[in-house]
Ligand binder design. Structure first.
Ligand SMILES: [Zn+2]
Length: 178
């Protein structure tokens, strides 16, 4: 049996096709279309090369020369170091790695930035609680927080979006299988 997919349908299925995630039947329909349609074939080649490049980048990261056994040890000790839980010798080791390894240095900077953000948001919450404690409790109990009202339209839009996606997917499936 043969089924002719439209270019729109093929475009919608193309990423799944490239990643080999379609059923054999669907995959064949796409292949048949690609054999006949130069426009879609061009899209297919582009997508394939993007994906290839993406995989290459991932492999390059794995082969990064700074990802050493020493660096792995550094990472497992990092939060203990920041929390002052290590002894002097281990502290010196961590500092040495941070100086010699740019990846480690970046990790250390990131964790300090993260802690700073965490601390400042904690301070902010603490101050808000001090000044507005009873009000925020009442607000939570009565479900009248302004934040929740702001959230409402966002949930609606998300629901509409998912409904649309479901309709499109259901449409494609019904065209192909019935
Ligand atoms: Zn086409």
């Amino acid at each position: 049996m043969q089924y002719n997919l439209s270019c729109e349908q093929v475009t919608a299925l193309l990423t799944f096709y490239v990643e080999d995630k379609l059923s054999a039947k669907l995959s064949n329909y796409v292949k048949e279309h690609l054999d006949k349609c130069p426009e879609c074939r061009e899209k297919f080649y582009q997508l394939q090369s993007i994906l290839q490049r993406f995989n290459e980048i991932q492999n390059e990261e794995i082969e990064n020369p700074y990802v050493t056994k020493q660096y792995e040890d550094f990472k497992s000790n990092l939060s203990a170091y920041v929390d002052n839980e290590l002894d002097d010798l281990e502290n010196i080791k961590i500092k040495k790695i941070a100086i010699s390894n740019p990846l480690a240095r970046q990790d250390l900077e990131n964790i300090y930035t993260f802690k700073k953000l965490l601390h400042s948001s904690f301070e902010k919450t603490k101050n808000e609680l001090k000044t507005d404690y009873s009000k925020s409790i009442v607000c939570q109990l009565q479900n009248e927080c302004s934040d929740e009202k702001k959230l409402d339209p966002f949930i609606k839009i998300t629901a509409i979006f998912f409904a649309m996606i479901t309709c499109i997917v259901a449409g494609i499936i019904s065209i192909l299988y019935f």
